[in-house]
Design a protein around this ligand. Structure first.
Ligand code: ACM
Length: 271
């Protein structure tokens, strides 16, 4: 079986709160392209800047039994793609900034953002699910969400569990992530597909958020295979040869994982 897959991302410009319209626009933007794996941004259906907890509660949904997950499953069934997309999850009274992974056979799983960024803590609880690699058949797919990039343990955990590709829904406001993901890929020999959004939200008087775009796919050598613009909606696809991620050898003598010195590392505790 070929180890080459087709991956894609959508770089969107959602209208805050227009959940059904944002879903439809994402599907329209992708059009009739084909891919094995498609990654959508964080909170792709709602937008980012909630004004109140009540607003976040109203716009959040259970996963998997909510309308956005159902929409994504229908899309995956019709297109044959595995889709990873970010949305606000409601479980009882608790909200999480989550991502769902679905495929032609339905719901596969979800991940809850572990590292909550800045004022998100007013709405979302930090994720309580372990970093997990999902078996999509054609690839092992790990998920992390936006600011999780700032913690190298996230990508490392996924890579050590056998991830070929890290799907990374994002709403980036800091400038460093696109470059940092090159290092995350290089230090783990994994692919990463970051799907970001563009546009500005100013729903609070003193906080204007500009999202930096630059969605990208990076290979296990740290090569940026494709990077999107800073300011436009885009749909991009790229071929990934997964054998590159499965071979952790750096040269004849060094293997990125076999050479790890767990006997010398002390990273278990806080501080
Ligand atoms: C972010 O984590 N959305 C910046």
């Amino acid at each position: 079986m070929s180890s080459i897959i087709q991956a894609g991302f959508l770089q969107t410009h959602p209208e805050f709160g227009a959940v059904a319209a944002n879903r439809t626009q994402a599907k329209f933007l992708w059009g009739e392209r084909t891919a094995d794996l498609l990654v959508l941004p964080e909170l792709f259906n709602t937008g980012y800047q909630f004004r109140s907890l009540a607003e976040a509660q109203n716009l959040s949904e259970p996963i998997p039994d909510g309308p956005t997950t159902e929409f994504l499953i229908d899309w995956a069934r019709a297109s044959g793609m595995v889709i990873v997309a970010g949305l606000a999850e409601r479980e009882g009274d608790t909200l999480y900034n989550s991502a769902v992974i679905v495929g032609p056979r339905g719901y596969i799983g979800k991940f809850r953002k572990a590292h909550i960024f800045d004022t998100e803590i007013q709405f979302f609880q930090p994720g309580n699910l372990p970093f997990t690699v999902f078996d999509a058949g054609f690839a092992k797919i790990g998920i992390m969400i936006c600011f999780d990039w700032r913690f190298p343990e996230t990508a490392r955990t996924l890579a050590l569990q056998g991830a070929d590709v890290i799907a990374h829904p994002a709403n980036l406001v800091l400038p460093d992530c696109p470059q940092a993901m090159i290092t995350r890929c290089l230090e783990n020999r994994v692919f990463a597909v970051t799907a970001d959004r563009v546009g500005t939200e100013q729903r609070l008087p003193e906080e204007s958020l500009k999202f930096i775009g630059q969605s990208q796919a990076v290979d296990p050598d740290g090569t940026v295979l494709v990077r999107a613009s800073e300011d436009r909606e885009e749909a991009q696809g790229v071929a990934l040869d997964l054998d590159k991620a499965r071979n952790k050898k750096i040269n004849g003598h060094n293997d990125l994982f076999a050479d790890r010195r767990e006997d010398l590392y002390r990273i278990g505790g806080k501080g």
